[in-house]
Design a protein around this ligand. Structure first.
Ligand code: GDP
Ligand code: MG
Length: 163
């Protein structure tokens, strides 16, 4: 089986936008409403001769009693368990949130290799925010813009290098 690369992070950081750009599918549902992607979606991908399966998870929403959001968190945990590598998506425009810290804690506990992906790094000004995310204590922080298609190649180089 191909190694699994899981995309995790709180809702609305751009996980599905990235997934769709990489896989060329429109399988993931993208909406402005946070947490709208509810299914774990798999797609095969290849970069630099390395084949892997990408998993787009629903958002990891930590502080809620809502049944659907609890379900999404369980899906994310399953994806993390199965993953060889985790792409932890955060939002470079909003900065670190308390939910990001919660997800970071969960990822540290998993012991899996993590790349912190600072999405929404759309321009030079946004690039200045990338380094703030070292505060999450997971190392390996990279800025991309899934919407503009910036930094994607460099990120995939890093992914291929980890597999
Ligand atoms: P998800 O909940 O993490 O899967 O996030 P989505 O992929 O559904 O995206 C949430 C919102 O962020 C949508 O309005 C996207 O258009 C927007 N978005 C995604 N990537 C970027 C990006 O690189 N830059 C900016 N400015 N917006 C983005
Ligand atoms: Mg989504």
């Amino acid at each position: 089986a191909k190694p699994l690369v899981a995309i995790v992070g709180r809702p609305n950081v751009g996980k599905s936008t990235f997934f769709n750009r990489i896989t060329g599918t429109k399988l993931a549902i993208i909406e402005d409403t946070p947490g709208v992607t509810r299914d774990r979606i798999y797609a095969d991908a290849e970069w630099l001769g390395k084949e892997f399966t990408l998993i787009d998870t629903g958002g990891v929403d930590m502080n809620t009693d809502d049944v659907i959001l609890k379900q999404m968190r369980i899906q994310a945990e399953l994806a993390i368990d199965a993953a060889r590598l985790i792409l932890f998506f955060v939002d470079g425009k909003t900065g670190i949130t308390s939910e990001d810290y919660e997800v970071a804690k969960m990822l540290r506990k998993s012991g899996k290799p993590v790349i912190v992906v600072v999405n929404k790094t759309d321009n030079k000004t946004d690039e200045q925010n990338i380094f703030d995310f070292y505060e999450l204590g997971l190392g390996n922080v990279m800025g991309i813009s899934s919407a503009q298609g910036l930094g994607i190649g460099d990120l995939l180089d890093e992914v291929a290098g980890e597999l």
